[in-house]
Ligand binder design. Structure first.
Ligand code: NAI
Length: 630
C-alpha cells in the first residue's frame, strides 16, 4: 500500500517482550560454573554502556565475549523469542503485512535472531537493520561486523541518516536510543512503547506514550485488528479482588486501577465517570445515583455470588451488563457441609468442648457413621447436586426435593414433596436460593415431620429457617445436632456482636457465613469474572449475565459485529435492518434476545461499512448503547 509515512520499530522489549541478550545468557551460560558472576558482569557492562562510561561498541564487544554464543544457542534463542512476541504485535499482524514497504526494524541487536522472528510477520528482509555476528568454522561467535553503524554509539541515528527515507518518520520503541532518532531531527514523532517496560527517562521525552501497538495504530488511523485500543478501556477493581483478576485484565491490555477498600457512594460517583468496567465485591454499593454518573460504564462484575449491592434495574436501563461468580465457591460449601454432617453425627462439638474443660467422656453413645444414612437435600441446584455426588461417594443415600424439574445425579432419588423428604431423611441440608417466598420454608410444622434425632444443616440463606423453631427442636432433642452458617440478621462487621437464639445450644455448630470463603473460591472468582468481562467486551457474549438477556455468540471471522442495546419497545430490529438494507450491507448473522427492560441485538455484517451507517444506527430512537467490534 502506498503511504508517505515510515514506521521505525525497535526489536528488544518492543517487538518482543524481552531483551534477547538476557534470554541468550540463560541459554549460552546454562552449564557455565561462573554463570552468576558473568551475568552480573554483563549487567554492569550494560549500565556502563548506558551511563556513557563505556562506548557502545566496547560494551557490545565485552558482552558478546562473555556470552560466547554459538549457532546452536542462537537457534534455541529464536525458538524462545518466537513465543515472546508482544501481544499487541501478534494481534496486528495485518498491519505489518499491509504496510510492509513502510515498516523498518532498526535494532542494536543481531540479524541472527531478529530476522527469523520479524519476517514471519511480513517484514521485508531488506527493511531489517541490525548487527551481524562473525562466526568461526565451528559455528562459534567470534565477534561482529564493526563497520556496521548499529554497533557504535548513536548507531540508530546514523543508520537512519543513511536510509534517507522520503516521507514522515514515526519511531516506536522503549529505549533512549529510539528517542535519539527524533532528537536528531530524523523523525517526526517518537512513541514510547510501554507494553513491556516503561523507562522514566524515555517516557518524559515521548510525543505519545503508547501502552500497546493498538494505541499507536488508533492514533494514526491505521488499519487495526480491533476497533478500539484496549488500553483506553479503564477498569476499576475495588475491595482487593484476587490478584489473578488484576493480572488477567492487565494481560489483556486494559488500563487497570485497583483499590483495596470499598468506595463510598460519593467517592464512586466521582470516580465512575471515566470507568468502563467496574469490579466490586459485596461492600461497594452501586446505587442509582452512582449509575446516573456512569456514562462510560459497559459492565460491572461482582466478584462474589450476590448482586443485591447493585441497583440491577438501573444498570439494565443504562445498558450496563452485570456479571457475578455463581458457582465459584460451590465446592467450598459442599466440603463444609460434608465435614459438618460427620462431626454432628459423632457429637464432636460437645465432646471437644467438654475436653477443653477437662472432661474425658469416652463412649459410643449417640455416635453414628454417615455411611448408609439418608441425606435429604432441599434445593438441587449448583450446591445441592455437587453435595449429592460427594455424599454418595461416602456411601450415603441421597434424596432431594426441588421446585423445578431436576435431573437426578448418580443414584439420588427425587422426592415428590418436601414432606416426603422430611419424613425419610436422617440429615436434612438446605440448599435453596434466597428468594423471598422461601422465608421460613422450614418452621415448626416441617420440624414436626422430621425423624427424631435428625441432623439439620443450613448453609444457604438465614431467612429460610424459623430460628426459634430450630432452637425449640434442638432443646427438645428432636434435632440431634445442627450446623448453621447463615442467619436472618448477620453482623455488618467483625466488630459487631453476634446475637442469636442459637448461641449456647448443644451439638450446634455456628459459623459466620464462611461456607464459601476459601482461598480456592476467591481464586476461582478471580478467574471467572474477568472471563465474563472479556467475552462481553471482545465478542458481545452475555452468557451468565445477571441482568442482560443471555446470548452466547460464535467467534467472528472476516466480518464486523454491531452490538445494539435498546429499550425493549417494538420495531427496533426492523429499523436496524432498514438502515443496513439502505446501504446495501449484507447481514452474515443476526441474534436478538430481549428481557422486560432491554433488547440486545447482535448483527454480523460482511466487511465494509462507513461512518454514516454507524451514525444512523446510533440515532435509532430508544438506543441505549451501540458499539462495533473488529
Ligand atoms: P442454585 O440457584 O443453583 O440452586 C438453588 C435451587 O433451589 C434451585 O434448583 C431452585 O429451583 C431450588 N429451590 C428454590 N426454592 C425452593 C423451594 N422452596 N423448594 C425446593 N427447591 C427450591 O443455588 P446454589 O448455587 O446451589 O446455592 C444454594 C444456596 O447456597 C443459595 O441460597 C446461596 O445463596 C447459598 N450459598 C451460601 C454460601 C455460604 O457462604 N454459606 C456460599 C454460596 C452459596
Amino acid at each position: 500500500m502506498k503511504l508517505n509515512k515510515y514506521f521505525v520499530i525497535d526489536f528488544d522489549s518492543t517487538f518482543t517482550k524481552v531483551e534477547a541478550f538476557d534470554v541468550l545468557a540463560e541459554i549460552s551460560l546454562k552449564d557455565d560454573p561462573d554463570r552468576d558472576s558473568k551475568v552480573d558482569q554483563i549487567k554492569s557492562i550494560t549500565n556502563q554502556g548506558m551511563d556513557g562510561s563505556l562506548s557502545f561498541r566496547e560494551s557490545l564487544e565485552k558482552r558478546v565475549a562473555l556470552l560466547a554464543p554459538n549457532r546452536r544457542h542462537l537457534t534455541q534463542l529464536v525458538t524462545v523469542l518466537r513465543e515472546m512476541v508482544s501481544e499487541s504485535f501478534k494481534r496486528n499482524k495485518e498491519f505489518f503485512q499491509k504496510y510492509s514497504d513502510n515498516i523498518y526494524i532498526i535494532s542494536n541487536g543481531f540479524h541472527a535472531f531478529i530476522d527469523p522472528i520479524v519476517t514471519e510477520y511480513g517484514i521485508k528482509p531488506e527493511n531489517i537493520l541490525a548487527n551481524r555476528f562473525v562466526f568461526d568454522e565451528q559455528g562459534n561467535v567470534i565477534g561482529f561486523d564493526k563497520e556496521n553503524p548499529l554497533s557504535a554509539n548513536n548507531g540508530k541515528v546514523e543508520q537512519l541518516k543513511r536510509l534517507n527515507l522520503p516521507g514522515d518518520v514515526y519511531v516506536i520503541g522503549d529505549g533512549y536510543t529510539d528517542y535519539e532518532i527524533k532528537h536528531s531531527g530524523l523523525a517526526n514523532k517518537f512513541y514510547a512503547f510501554t507494553e513491556n517496560v516503561g523507562r522514566e527517562n524515555v517516557l518524559s521525552k515521548a510525543d505519545h506514550v503508547t501502552p500497546s501497538l493498538d494505541e499507536f495504530l488508533y492514533l494514526n488511523k491505521l488499519n487495526t485488528a480491533i476497533s478500539y485500543p484496549k488500553n483506553r478501556i479503564n477498569v476499576l477493581l475495588l475491595e482487593n479482588v484476587h490478584p489473578v483478576a488484576v493480572q488477567l485484565m492487565k494481560a489483556e491490555g486494559f488500563n487497570v486501577e485497583t483499590y483495596s477498600a470499598a468506595m463510598t457512594e460519593n467517592e464512586l460517583i466521582e470516580k465512575i465517570k471515566n470507568v468502563n468496567v467496574l469490579g466490586i465485591r459485596s461492600k461497594t454499593q452501586v446505587t442509582k445515583k452512582v449509575l446516573e454518573n456512569a456514562n462510560r460504564l459497559m459492565a460491572i462484575g461482582a466478584f462474589c455470588i450476590g448482586t443485591n449491592q447493585i441497583d440491577l434495574k438501573e444498570a439494565t436501563r443504562k445498558g450496563v451488563a452485570v456479571f457475578n461468580a455463581p458457582f465459584s465457591n460451590t465446592r467450598s460449601v459442599v466440603e463444609l457441609a460434608v465435614a459438618e454432617m460427620i462431626m454432628l453425627m459423632r457429637n464432636i462439638v460437645d465432646k471437644s468442648a467438654a475436653m477443653h474443660k477437662g472432661k474425658w467422656d469416652k463412649s459410643a453413645k449417640g455416635s453414628y457413621e454417615v455411611r448408609g444414612k439418608y441425606l435429604g437435600l432441599i434445593g438441587y441446584g449448583n450446591i445441592g447436586t455437587q453435595l449429592s455426588v460427594i455424599a454418595e461417594s461416602l456411601g450415603m443415600k441421597v434424596l432431594y426435593y426441588d421446585k423445578e424439574e431436576k435431573l437426578a445425579l448418580g443414584n439420588a432419588t427425587k422426592c415428590r414433596s418436601l414432606q416426603e423428604l422430611l419424613e425419610k431423611a436422617d440429615v436434612v441440608s438446605m440448599h435453596v436460593d434466597g428468594r423471598e417466598s422461601n422465608t421460613n420454608l422450614i418452621g415448626p410444622k416441617e420440624f414436626e415431620l422430621m425423624k427424631p434425632g435428625v441432623i439439620f444443616i443450613n448453609l444457604s440463606r438465614g431467612h429460610v429457617v424459623d430460628i426459634n423453631a430450630l432452637r425449640e427442636n434442638i432443646l427438645s432433642g428432636k434435632v440431634a445436632g445442627c450446623a448453621v452458617d447463615v442467619f436472618p440478621y448477620e453482623p455488618v462487621s467483625n466488630d459487631e456482636e453476634f446475637k442469636s437464639e442459637l448461641r449456647g445450644l448443644p451439638n450446634t455448630i455456628l459459623t459466620p457465613h464462611i461456607g464459601g470463603s476459601t482461598s480456592e473460591a476467591q481464586e476461582n472468582i478471580g478467574n471467572f469474572v474477568p472471563g465474563k468481562f472479556l467475552d462481553y467486551i471482545n465478542t458481545g457474549s452475555t452468557s451468565n449475565s445477571v441482568n442482560f438477556p443471555n446470548l452466547t455468540l460464535p467467534t467472528l471471522e472476516n466480518a464486523h459485529r454491531l452490538i445494539h442495546i435498546h429499550a425493549n419497545v417494538p420495531g427496533i430490529l426492523a429499523k436496524i435492518n432498514h438502515v443496513l438494507a439502505e446501504h446495501g450491507i449484507n447481514i452474515a448473522g443476526q441474534y436478538l434476545k430481549t428481557n422486560e427492560t432491554i433488547g440486545y441485538v447482535i448483527t454480523d455484517i460482511n466487511k465494509g461499512y462507513d461512518e454514516q451507517v454507524i451514525a444512523q444506527l446510533r440515532a435509532i430512537e430508544h438506543t441505549i448503547k451501540f458499539r462495533v467490534l473488529y
